[in-house]
Design a protein around this ligand. Structure first.
Ligand code: GDP
Length: 443
């Protein structure tokens, strides 16, 4: 379980500068980094709103927008131009829906954001889960136009909110969108805010982690600028961008033990070392450090580091790095493997307990456990209880539960076919027969 590797030779293979990485990080004044996922009912205006945000922050230029407008007009869907900023595949455009998780980046004064876009279509829930598993917070988009809010609530709004909650997302910024369609009615805004707020708090979100912004993604009111509409004068709170930037710095797990899930393995560079890349989830690293690769329990060393194609001496949680390795053979390094430090290793487990939201009926059954890019076959061997969605407490006392119904939150025990590096509070997804059957957190 990783401990054998500690007995291996650990003479450093590369020169270490022995830096105090945390002090270096403070000095560098690196921007705070945050990922968020966009959720809400189909047609709530998610793509349009994010397109507007990127456009107003000058991430996309006028020429691109003009080109999209012309293409959209040709198809008779001129209002879609902004939405296309996010989904640039022509096939998606022709169908008028967003499919993949398009990743988009933008920066405000204080923070570098990554949008993990989530489409609203029912079939695309697996993509949203992939986004939610990396999200620091969520932006929930609500269509305020007459009747739409109500049908959205019956649709995906609640489902998405419960899903991100079950995956450990704690903060939601709600964009009450399309207020232009109801003449910027404050009454409508208040009504929706009250309902969403009560739903979210019942679902276990704390009131202090909720914010509500009235806006129009289509016209750009209260996204990156204030509204020029007379009827919108009543709103004096922050714009969406201000609210994003006001957020407390996302807690970077800098002082925690090193954890990185490998997202790519390749050979590159002049001396052709074995190289890996991934986002550092916790901790920090520097040139010369010893690393432990799990589940193979193999030790190796950092020969060189790169961020954005530039050589660096160190890297910290939140950053995407390329690590050139020495002292290890290719067969021990795979996508989905976890890198830690031999001093505080992640251990391989063959059994886990997790708290999941069920999308399908759960009984003792075969499942595939997925955490990011790691995937392992296993079996639900026990249902330890159905839980209250708000409090997380077991409901129904000690009575034995045999079945979890769709929509229920439950604690389940899973046995795995092989030992893999998994630990709390990792976010996991359970799949069966090609379908996502549950998603939640390791305990
Ligand atoms: P998504 O499915 O949530 O990504 O929604 P889209 O961004 O594709 O928008 C769905 C429809 O709503 C499109 O026709 C948009 O032009 C329209 N729409 C989006 N935002 C607004 C808005 O703020 N006001 C108005 N009036 N229409 C909007």
């Amino acid at each position: 379980n990783g401990v054998e590797a500690l007995k291996m030779d650990d003479t450093p293979r590369a020169r270490s500068k022995n830096l105090d990485v945390l002090a270096e990080f403070e000095k560098a004044e690196t921007k705070n980094a945050a990922n968020f996922v966009v959720i809400g009912h189909v047609d709530a205006g998610k793509s349009t709103l994010m397109g507007r945000l990127l456009y107003d922050l000058k991430v996309v230029d006028q020429r691109t927008i003009d080109r999209y407008k012309r293409e959209a007009e040709k198809m008779g869907k001129s209002s879609f131009a902004l939405a296309w900023v996010l989904d640039q595949g022509s096939e998606e455009r022709a169908r008028g829906v967003t499919i993949d998780i398009a990743t988009n980046k933008f920066e405000t004064a204080k923070t570098a954001f990554t949008i993990l876009d989530a489409p609203g279509h029912r079939d695309f829930i697996p993509n949203m889960i992939a986004g939610a598993s990396q999200a620091d917070f969520a932006v929930l988009v609500i269509d305020a136009s007459t009747g739409s809010f109500e049908s959205g609530l019956k649709g995906q709004t609640k489902e998405h909110a419960l899903l991100v909650r079950s995956m450990g997302v704690q903060r939601i910024i709600t964009a009450i969108n399309k207020l232009d369609t109801v003449s910027w009615s404050q009454e409508r805004f208040d009504e929706i805010r009250t309902q969403i707020s009560s739903f979210l708090t019942t679902a276990g979100f704390l009131a202090k982690n909720l914010a509500f912004i009235p806006c129009s993604g289509l016209h750009g009111d209260f996204i990156a600028r204030r509204s020029t509409e007379e009827a919108a004068k009543w709103y004096t709170g922050p714009t969406l961008v201000e609210e994003l930037d006001n957020s407390e710095p996302v807690h970077r797990a800098l002082t925690k033990p090193l954890r990185l899930t490998i997202s790519d393995v390749f050979r590159g560079g002049i001396q052709n070392p074995l190289s890996i890349s991934g986002r550092i989830e916790a901790g920090s690293l520097q040139n010369g450090d010893a690393l432990l690769i799990q589940p193979a329990s193999q030790k190796c060393f950092i020969k060189a580091l790169e961020i954005d194609n530039a050589a660096v001496d160190w890297a910290v949680a939140g950053q995407n790095v390329v690590i050139h390795l020495s002292g290890i053979e290719e067969q021990y390094v795979k996508v989905g493997d976890v890198v830690s430090s031999p001093a505080s290793p992640i251990r391989n487990v063959k059994e886990l307990v997790c708290k999941v939201l069920a999308f399908e009926v759960l009984v003792p059954m075969s499942v595939e456990v997925i955490r990011g890019r790691l995937s392992v076959a296993g079996r639900i061997v026990g249902i330890l209880g159905v839980l209250d969605k708000g409090t997380g407490e077991v409901v129904g006392g000690k009575k034995k539960v045999r079945v979890v119904k769709p929509g229920q939150l439950a604690r389940v025990k899973v046995e795995l076919e092989r030992g893999v590096p998994l630990e709390a509070p990792g976010r996991v997804v359970l799949r069966s027969g090609g379908e996502t059957v549950a998603a939640g957190l390791l305990e």
